[in-house]
Design a protein around this ligand. Structure first.
Ligand SMILES: *Cc1c(COP(=O)(O)O)cnc(C)c1O
Length: 464
């Protein structure tokens, strides 16, 4: 690397960052020693770092930049709104045009039985809202014992108290003495990791029935809701067997509990439908949303609330004592509106379903033939590669889980592409605007990355 291509003083920035900046989900001691990668600009699906390297953003930021980076339509909408009304709240009998317009838009996009949105600034806050909303709903319905919320092990619903509690990440529960009381976790539909002694079809039904067993064991009169991501994202792009959601649907139809579909990743086109629950044909009572709502241009989240729950909450004619200073923030709402307009105008949802989704999937699944890969999977534009030490023995895991995945992630970065590692799975979730050419480049880079990672792992005695 020649000195003049170093357009930012990378080392000085890294030192300052290490001195004062605590990063999310990081081992700060080793990160500070190593130094963070500094991202300085982005356009389309490409990031540029402080050394001038171009990096393909295989994760759409953090599962959120649906429309790609650098869309001036959003910047212009935000500037205009900032000049007109940069902030006002939506408490105390007030509202404003951006919140009104966005609510109408979301009600149109949502399934017919959902016509109302409650706003916040993140997916975590959306799930804190869900937590209080479902318990309050049952209180108002006179069913005060219905308090337990069922989530899933390895589910992810954010990092706040309710988000962490509803999620099933044990490493998160261990910090802060969580979950809070009244949350029950059941098994996840992770066939490759936990179900290979059955066919995927049988495992899907088997693990769906864990929900039925939990409801019956706790008592239907004590269960408030079941929360799940249509496809688990942060847990490692866990795509359930095809039998899973139909069986969950049957169970939900037979029991009187609320269903919360966490759409923070699966919403806004990621699976080739507007919402992941529509992709799987399940009917949610509540849908937490964030990420793709604004493509990450500004922070915004919300909960889409069904007519049934809205009516229940309004029954007593009193306040729902919940809200945020930035609920419905006008500038964030303007960003969301501009983002949704691009998604609609460019037909991005349909593009995932009929064009780039199938195109990338066909090529991505071929990576499953690689010696290092036990399974390749993809739905819409989310995919994973399960790295394994012994392809002939696919239930066998690496001796030190997570080390090969992290190595592979670093190699991918060196080759100019962001893939995320979850345990020893490599994850992608690219922007929905990814071109065919960029998809080819993504797959070729992934293959090169697998080859190099395999060589290192073999040399160091990890394989077999
Ligand atoms: C990211 C995520 C969240 C949390 O959203 P934040 O904006 O990070 O608080 C919640 N649920 C799911 C499914 C997510 O992927």
């Amino acid at each position: 690397m020649t000195a003049h291509s170093n357009i930012y003083p990378t080392k000085a920035l890294q030192e300052l960052d290490a001195a004062h900046h605590w990063h999310p989900f990081s081992d700060m001691k080793s990160l500070n020693a190593e130094g963070s990668r500094v991202i300085t600009s982005a356009d389309g699906v490409w990031l540029t770092d402080s050394n001038g390297n171009k990096i393909l953003d295989g994760m759409a930021g953090l599962w959120c930049v649906q429309v790609g980076h650098g869309r001036s339509e959003i910047t212009e909408a935000v500037t205009k709104q900032m000049n007109e009304l940069a902030y006002y709240n939506t408490f105390f009998k007030t509202t404003h045009p951006p919140a009104i317009a966005l609510s109408e838009k979301l009600a149109k996009l949502a399934p017919d039985h959902i016509n109302t949105v409650f706003y916040c600034s993140s997916g975590s806050e959306a799930n804190d809202t869900v937590f209080r909303m479902v318990r309050t709903y049952w209180d108002k319905m006179g069913k005060r014992d219905k308090k337990v919320i069922i989530g899933r092990w390895n589910g992810y619903h954010g990092s706040t108290l309710a988000g962490t509690s509803l999620g099933g990440m044990k490493a998160m529960h261990a910090q802060g003495d969580l979950p809070v009381s009244g949350v029950h976790h059941i098994d996840q539909p992770y066939w490759f990791g936990e179900g290979q002694d059955m066919s995927p079809e049988n495992f899907g039904v088997h693990v769906a029935r864990k929900l039925e067993e939990a409801i019956d064991q706790i008592g239907e009169d004590k269960v408030a809701a079941f929360i799940a991501e249509p496809i688990q994202g942060a847990g490692g792009v866990i795509i359930p067997p095809e039998t899973y959601w139909p069986e969950v649907k049957r169970i939900l139809e037979e029991r009187d509990i609320l269903f919360v579909s966490d759409e923070v990743i699966c919403g806004f086109g990621r699976l080739g439908e507007w919402f992941g629950s529509s992709y799987y044909g399940v009917k949610p009572d509540l849908m937490p949303i964030a990420k793709g709502l604004t493509s990450g241009y500004l922070p915004m989240g919300g909960v889409l609330v069904s007519d049934r729950v809205v009516e229940g909450l309004m029954l007593a004619g009193d306040d729902f004592n919940h809200g945020y200073t930035y609920s419905g923030h006008p500038v964030c709402a303007a960003a969301a509106l501009a983002n949704l307009e691009i998604i609609e105008r460019d037909g991005l949802v349909d593009r995932v379903k009929t064009d780039i989704g199938p195109y990338l999937k066909e090529r991505w699944l071929k990576l499953g033939e690689h010696e290092l890969v036990g399974e390749a999977r993809m739905t819409g534009l989310v995919g994973a590669l399960e790295l394994v030490p012994d392809k002939k023995n696919p239930t066998k895991k690496f001796s030190d889980v997570g080390v090969p995945g992290t190595l592979c992630r670093d190699v991918s970065f060196e080759h100019g592409m962001v893939m995320r590692a979850v345990r020893d799975s490599m994850i992608i979730s690219p922007p929905l605007v990814l071109s065919h050419e960029e998809a080819d480049h993504l797959v070729a880079t992934a293959e090169k990355t697998l080859n190099d990672t395999y060589r290192i792992l073999k040399r160091d005695g990890w394989m077999g």
